[in-house]
Design a protein around this ligand. Structure first.
Ligand SMILES: Cc1ncc(COP(=O)(O)O)c(C=O)c1O
Length: 404
């Protein structure tokens, strides 16, 4: 057998197997482990019979096109519907020609990274940030600079200081990557003032903003500002990404990018060599689902459902976790982030014990930090486990933290 590694590219060899992948593989078939690890929606919410009806209708009615190759930028039918959806739900004015359909937001991140980043370019992110975005940007050769967060998301004073320092050092910053509402993993939302500040800073320092927004459609608290940066983008600097993964079903693999037209054209050229186009069939299905009001209905059902799971998680944490464990109170998204202020506490090292002895799984927080810190943190998902599993799992988590 040849030594295959010698055939692999430097890029491929540079990618470390992620904790999440290995851990999910390990616990996939273990019913005795309560998993807080994934970031996945509860399949109970999938509108199965409606999607079955729509799929049947689409194939029978539009089969010749729906089962055929299609345009790289996405079906015009879907882009028109998304343009209307963006205006109605997010206040974003986007012509269908400013929209590119992607194979999930993950592909959108990859397209953005390949289009904008040259090796050595700087990308500024929240610290912590979404680990698969970090992975995508690193794969394109970016150097990541993290900005501290507090309860209101990215600290924009710190952002300003970092941008000034980077400019002074002559570093080329390409964009600021932010998850402004329902942050993954921190659960925070930026205030309107901070959003304005980021937009001003982008203009002042001549950088772009990548606004990643899978979560702002489902918000658990009144009074949270869910205005999108893109809707306030008077300088035309924001590239907005979203997806149906959390508001319909991730298996459809449909996301989209709204961007200034010159960039949309560049993104389209890059995408053509990645997958020619996103699946035509699921583009038709998503277009019909939006037209029939299915996403609006799903958001109405998902919001109280996930809120009740979030509340169960927070109340279990209040009951069981020791006071040296701090946790976020997410206003949206699917995660609680936990800090354990105990000397030497290392969630990466503890994961195996957590799974084998305590029968729980989480994502070690260090994966979300761009500066090699965060070993005393973990990301806990509340959308997938049942209410009972949440209580029992947090009880076990508390024993793990206390070393009982
Ligand atoms: C912040 C963020 N961006 C992007 C994605 C990728 O979503 P998609 O399923 O559309 O690829 C996720 C998925 O969890 C996410 O949390």
């Amino acid at each position: 057998m040849p030594a295959y590694e010698k055939f692999c590219s430097k890029l491929a060899m540079g990618i470390k197997a992620s904790d999440i992948r290995e851990l999910l593989a390990l616990i996939k078939h273990r019913r005795d482990v309560i998993s807080f690890a994934g970031g996945i929606p509860d399949p109970k919410l999938f509108p199965k019979s409606e999607l079955a009806d729509i799929s049947r209708e689409v194939i029978l009615k539009y089969g010749d096109e729906a089962l055929q190759y299609s345009e790289t930028k996405g079906l015009i039918e879907l882009r028109e519907i998304l343009s209307d959806f963006m205006r109605r739900v997010k206040g974003i004015q986007a012509d269908p020609e400013d929209i590119l359909v992607s194979t999930g937001s993950q592909q959108a991140l990859d397209i953005v990274a390949r289009t904008l980043i040259d090796p050595g370019d700087v990308v500024v992110t929240e610290n912590p940030s979404y680990l698969a975005a970090i992975g995508s940007f690193k794969m394109a050769g970016a150097r990541l600079v993290g900005v501290e967060m507090d309860d209101n998301g990215m600290d924009t004073q710190k952002l300003e200081e970092k941008l000034k320092a980077l400019k002074k050092n002559g570093e080329r910053v390409k964009f600021i990557y932010t998850i402004p509402v329902g942050h993954n993993p921190a659960g925070t939302s930026l205030t309107l003032d901070r959003k304005k500040h980021i937009l001003e800073l982008a203009e002042e320092h001549d950088v772009l903003i990548v606004e990643d927004d899978p979560y702002s459609y489902i918000i658990y608290e009144d009074g949270v500002d869910s205005t999108s940066l893109k809707s306030m983008d008077k300088y035309d600097r924001v590239i907005y990404l979203s997806t149906v993964s959390k508001i319909l079903a991730p298996g459809l693999r449909i996301g989209w990018i709204v961007s200034p037209r010159d960039l949309t054209r560049r993104f389209e050229l890059v995408k053509q060599y990645l997958d020619l186009h996103s699946p035509t069939l699921t583009q038709f299905i998503v277009a019909e689902a939006i037209k029939k009001g299915l996403i609006d209905r799903m958001v109405k059902v998902a919001t109280p459902y996930y809120k009740s799971k979030r509340d169960a998680m927070l109340s279990a944490m209040e009951d069981y976790l020791p006071d040296y464990a701090h946790f976020t109170r997410p206003i949206g998204g699917l995660f609680v982030f936990v800090w354990v202020n105990k000397e030497g506490f290392n969630t990466t090292k503890m994961l195996e014990t957590a799974i084998t002895k305590y029968k729980i799984a989480y994502v070690p927080g260090a994966n979300f930090f761009v500066d090699g810190t965060g070993f005393n943190t973990m990301r806990i998902n509340f959308s997938y486990p049942s209410h009972d599993e949440i209580y029992e799992g947090v009880r076990r988590l508390a024993r793990l933290i206390k070393g009982e």
